[in-house]
Design a protein around this ligand. Sequence first.
Ligand code: ATP
Length: 440
Amino acid sequence: MSAPHSSHVPILSANSYGSSYLPVGRVKTFRYEPSMMSADSGVDDRVGNSPHPNIIELRKIINDLTSNSQELLTEKLFLENEVNQLKKRASRLDDEIRILKEPPFIVGFIQDIVESEAIVRSSNGTIFQVSINPRIDHELLRPGARVSLNQDTLAIIEVLNDGWDPLVSTSEIVEKPKTTFDDIGGMDEEILSIRQAIELPLTKPDAFEKMGLTPPKGVLLTGPPGTGKTMLAKAIANSTSATFLGLVGSELAQKYIGEGGRLVRELFDLAKEKAPAIIFIDEIDSIGSKRLDSSTSGDREVQRTLMQLLSEMDGFESTQNVKIIAATNRPELLDKALLRPGRFDRIIEIGLPDSSARNKILKILTQDMPLNKSINLKQIANKTDGFSGAELKALVMEAGMKAISEGQELVSDSDFSLALSTIEDNRKDPLRNNHEGLYG
Ligand code: ATP
């Protein structure tokens, strides 16, 4: 081993590369002193048989430096690994930023496929012929499929056919309605009629086929408010295992062009997918009113929704296990097109209950109520001429509340008399206290 030529003192320091990652104090600093070697040549490395003390010292330094370089190597590997991980993370974050900066896609619907291109309707109703992302499975590209479109070229980027509009998807009443035919009083004929038109074709489709009969597609329930139309639809849903999709007509009357029509289309698509299914549209007059020469765009949109409803009703076979029940308080407003054969084939008129029907309704409504023995429901039924089922319910509720407020255990005749006069007052001045709204 030779002595260094320079006379300055070299400092061998492991943290001389200046990494901020290096844990402080892990690497030792060594100082080489020329006095460790002999002044002239440094060849004088033995004292007798044992090595010169300077040689021992230098070997020790070499050993320490070797282990130090090992530590530095491990440290280097560790840091390289860390750098790689940080690079990966940075590139993931770059991707995320790029996705967040991307312009939004437009949602549209395929109307037709023409060779390698598609006819699509964008959400604002305009129709375009556009190209298709070649990576999309052609099986999925069917008319009616919901797709995302590039903002500039309107090319189809992706098929989104699994999603339903929230209004349509929430129309599905997952839990079966609890109403049964036994809960409905005084409507035996109407119950029979709706069971023939809706329940039988769903439960015994073969019987219709054998008879050469085409089962009705839909039933229209008409009658004054609170006469049990909704109850009837719920009881039918309960008696069959069909999926029940319930909507109020006004929910389908949308503001934007094409929206209402799309909802109707999606409603029928969902029903076909979930078949056997019953679609119940309450207050159908809000989209099914007679077509007038209307000038406002809102009216025109409602008419487009009606046209879509008509075309959907025409577009499926009555054997397809999808039935439609619609209800209205104002049948005189309905467009005649809705009542043509093949649409609402059966109209069930539900009138105000007569005395015997009122008696039956009162019996049902009071079956769980502790009544004083002296109460004569038949007499109450006679006194409530012109009352709807909903008003009878309000009467029973009022009598029960009077009994509770008096601290009685049984509902008495006088509770019913007082309740009757309250309800009659409300009937004269419905705005004073809307019981139908409260209890209906
Ligand atoms: P609307 O036209 O206002 O929607 P509706 O004809 O659909 O009214 P329902 O909502 O079915 O009437 O009835 C309201 C309430 O009146 C029911 O919850 C029920 O308690 C009572 N009701 C009406 N008719 C009957 C009936 N025939 N038997 C028993 N209860 C009845």
